[in-house]
Design a protein around this ligand. Structure first.
Ligand SMILES: Nc1nc2c(c(=O)[nH]1)N[C@@H](CN(C=O)c1ccc(C(=O)N[C@@H](CCC(=O)O)C(=O)O)cc1)CN2
Ligand SMILES: [Mg+2]
Length: 286
């Protein structure tokens, strides 16, 4: 059976590091690292994520401000709120929860966030810096995946990693981080031919395709490391259940290490968001 990469446990270690950094910033500089979270609309999953982000921020001793806006909020109103947060010296990190209602332009909102406060790492300037291998605020989910991978592989150099999924939030930044770690990276997506064989050649598979249990045991080389980024809600025996993009039970018999869903990448995403907020606060010290 594969080694379980426990994201819940690992995220607690990251959160402890965040809490001591918060203590340091408070004690040394009188600064309380503060995160502003903006949620537009009523998406139930987004409400859960935002609630957890604010809860974990408070537990780490950070400041947090939550803005819950109507589904009908206009682009102008949202941009105005972001501008206000950009100009507020008490706010160090700004996060606009995605997805936004369809009438709003996500790219425009992301581009309006001050790159120094862009704790999601989605602003084009931060995306470019990451692609160029320069220091930047790195997107939280792929950052969490890298911490998980380093639990298994002290040295990632030369490993063949296949990333399944090419989203801006996960797939593309994941590719950049793996490249920085000297992996050989293959990007696979919905149009990739014979994706199974590509994955079967990989030392590392990162599944971020948004398709439930897409990756099965016959896609995985014996002993490979599998990181499951998917979060798909299904009904089983009349109950709501979460499954990933990986068929966990069969794959854990072939893989060498695997992250579960829930309790894998999700908690790491939130921990890395708070880590980014302390980093942003430190960089904003006068
Ligand atoms: N502005 C952003 N929007 C979105 C991001 C993001 O990083 N920034 N990522 C996802 C959602 N997301 C964070 O926002 C996120 C998803 C899931 C989890 C998580 O902890 N999941 C738990 C299960 C939770 C449940 O029971 O529903 C787990 O996997 O154990 C955290 C954060 C899209 N939007
Ligand atoms: Mg839209």
């Amino acid at each position: 059976m594969a080694q379980l990469i426990d994201g819940k446990q690992l995220s607690n270690q990251v959160l402890q590091k965040v809490a001591s950094e918060v203590e340091y910033l408070k004690g040394e500089y009188g600064v309380v690292p503060t995160l502003a979270v903006v949620l537009v609309g009523e998406d139930p999953a987004s409400q859960v994520y935002v609630r957890n982000k604010v809860k974990r921020a408070k537990e780490a001793g950070m400041g947090s401000i939550e803005y819950r806006l109507d589904t009908e909020t206009t682009q102008g109103d949202l941009n105005q709120l972001v501008a206000q947060l950009n100009n507020d010296p008490q706010v160090h990190g700004i996060l606009v929860q995605l997805p936004l209602p369809p009438h709003l332009d996500e790219d425009e909102v992301i581009a309006s966030i001050d790159p120094a406060k862009d704790v999601d790492g989605f602003h084009p300037l931060n995306v470019g810096a990451l692609a160029a291998g320069q220091a930047s605020l790195v997107p939280c989910t792929p950052q969490g995946c890298m911490i998980m991978l380093r639990q298994v592989h002290q040295d990632l150099s030369g490993k063949h990693a296949v990333v399944v999924g090419r989203s801006n939030i996960v797939g593309k930044p994941m590719m950049a981080l793996l490249l920085q770690a000297d992996c050989t990276v293959t990007m696979a997506h919905s149009r990739t031919r014979d994706i199974e064989s590509l994955c079967r050649n990989a030392d590392i598979v990162v599944a971020a395709a948004g398709r439930k249990e897409l990756v099965n045991a016959d896609w995985i080389k014996p002993g490979a490391t599998v990181i499951d980024v998917g979060i798909n809600a299904i009904e089983a025996d009349g109950k709501r259940k979460l499954v990933g993009d990986v068929a966990f039970a069969p794959v854990s018999e072939t893989a060498g290490a695997i992250s579960p869903v829930p309790g894998g990448v999700g908690p790491m995403t939130i921990a890395c968001l708070l880590l980014n907020t302390t980093r942003a606060a430190r960089r904003q010290l006068a």
